[in-house]
Design a protein around this ligand. Structure first.
Ligand code: NAD
Length: 468
């Protein structure tokens, strides 16, 4: 296993300041603004993904034991799709949008001109370390910005691969990669940026936002939280169980921001649902899931201890109804289900972000909405039901980054939908055109000639003018 520490000892405030100066120079020279430059960089990224997919998979395996299939579907294919959409639509996105004017400005015309923000910082997280680094860069480049990427030190193999590959395939005068952890990120945050795009947890997001506030820098914060799944009793049980497993254990072993954190279902239905999940888990991962090649491991020993603490909590004693086996030396935890943990247990209050699924029983399925609303706004909220009214109530009464009905996580494949949180789960959004917009200033332009110079708008302000 590669070391968790990625340290960049030469990176101090002076180095950071030089780096930003160089990028600002590139931007001010107008290099990143042209359509041709943007396309050349996006094509460079596409070439990189196509030529180096094996190395990308290897780094994901080294950092997370991520199965090759997941590496492809969840990281490589999503990045390729983002690139293809951006290349196809870029001309259209860059076009100024003509808008209507008012009688009071006649004769005039108006347009909204998309303009690059300048020099932007992308700080990414470890769980999808390729996707979460490259996808925001696609938006930043498409929008005509220079960019610094700070990959996560918690995925060191991907961090160093990204440095190597991005330097090889992209224009180094406009795209830079700074490896490192808290120290390097803090140094970067002292600089003045035109946007900071941060993916990670809410505690660090507050540090990022406080640093950004000093320079009035806008931020996108892609955070997480406890994403709930309401499961009604009228569902197709097998399909529901398979989709829950698909979105939980088959997505980086639960280490995914949109993974189901807890299920809300009725007391009567819970045993049927649990049996069905157990049955499908057995089919997917066999009777010895700790040794299944189809499941990622826990990323490192810190996260392993964090998850072990959730399971060792006295407040959930006797509540583990499935799994619970661990292998510390291999950083593996079997798919585990906890039923009806106490309200003040750790697992009820902290984001799980790992292979443990919590089930909370409620009296009536409709109570699920109040339960979710009594907590922080989640990044995603899911419901499995056939009831039309329940679906409508869920959509109109739950505030979440996204809502998916009868499936898990698939919304992030739909590039016409914004991907982002609300409240504690974040602010701002990206994917498809939303990525371009996240790194663009929409400049208002009003054009007039010297005609139509109405005297009524100028002093002296006579009573007659007031009545016009
Ligand atoms: P992490 O540990 O990789 O940290 C994220 C980034 O913050 C890293 O680049 C790291 O170097 C930097 N960082 C850490 N501490 C810092 C500090 N004190 N000051 C400045 N920078 C610092 O990732 P994580 O936070 O463990 O990520 C998991 C969290 O991210 C979960 O809450 C998850 O739900 C969320 N997440 C959200 C999304 C999304 O798209 N919304 C995606 C992935 C993860």
């Amino acid at each position: 296993m590669a070391s968790e520490q990625v340290k960049n000892s030469a990176f101090d405030t002076e180095a950071a300041s030089c780096l930003v100066k160089e990028l600002r120079h590139t931007v001010l020279a107008g290099k990143t603004k042209s359509y041709e430059w943007r396309v050349s960089q996006l094509k460079g990224l596409l070439k990189m993904v196509e030529e180096r997919d094996k190395q990308i998979c290897d780094a994901l395996f080294s950092d997370l034991s991520k199965p090759e299939m997941e590496a492809f579907i969840h990281e490589i294919v999503l990045v390729k799709n983002s690139l293809k959409v951006s290349l196809k639509k870029l001309k259209e996105w860059m076009k100024p949008e003509k808008v209507k004017t008012k009688l009071g400005t006649f004769p005039s015309s108006a347009e909204i001109v998309p303009e690059p923000l300048g020099v932007v910082l992308v700080i990414s997280a470890w769980n999808y370390p390729f996707l979460l680094s490259v996808d925001p860069i696609i938006g930043a480049i498409a929008a005509g910005n220079a960019v610094v990427l700070k990959p996560s030190e918690v995925a060191p193999a991907m961090s160093s691969l990204l440095k190597k590959l991005l330097e090889e395939y992209l224009d180094n005068s406009a795209v830079k990669i700074v490896e490192g952890g808290v120290s390097e990120t803090s140094t970067l945050l002292e600089q003045k940026w035109d946007k900071i795009f941060y993916t990670g947890n809410g505690r660090v997001a507050r540090v990022v936002m406080a640093a950004a506030a000093k320079n009035l820098t806008p931020v996108v914060l892609e955070l997480g939280g406890k994403s709930p799944v309401v499961v009604d009793s009228d569902v197709d049980l097998t399909v529901t169980a398979r989709r829950i497993i698909g979105g939980k254990w088959a997505c980086n072993n639960g280490q995914a921001c949109v993974a189901p954190d807890y299920i809300l279902t009725t007391k009567q239905f819970a045993p049927l649902l649990i049996d069905s999940i157990k049955r499908e888990l057995l089919k997917f991962y066999g009777s010895d899931p700790l040794n299944s090649p189809d499941m990622s491991r826990v990323v490192n020993s810190n996260h392993f201890s964090r998850l072990s603490k959730l399971l060792d909590d006295d407040k959930i004693s006797g509540k583990i109804v499935h799994g619970g086996q661990t292998d510390k030396s291999e950083l593996k935890i079997a798919p585990t289900i906890v039923l009806d943990a106490e309200e003040d247990s750790l697992i009820m209050n902290e984001e799980i972000f790992g292979p443990v699924l919590l089930i909370v029983t409620i009296d009536r399925i409709e109570d699920g909405i109040d339960f979710i609303n009594s907590r922080s706004k989640p990044l995603a909220a899911y419901i499995f039901t056939n009831k039309k009214q329940l679906k409508e109530d869920f959509v109109s009464n739950i505030s979440a980054g996204a809502i998916v009905i009868n499936d898990i996580s698939l919304h992030l494949m739909v590039d016409t939908l914004p991907f982002g949180g609300v409240g504690e789960s974040g602010m701002g959004a990206y994917h498809g055109k939303f990525s371009f917009d996240a790194f663009t200033h929409k400049k208002a332009v009003l054009r007039r000639s010297f005609l139509g110079d109405a005297p009524a708008r100028y002093p002296p302000y006579t009573a007659g003018k007031l009545r016009l």
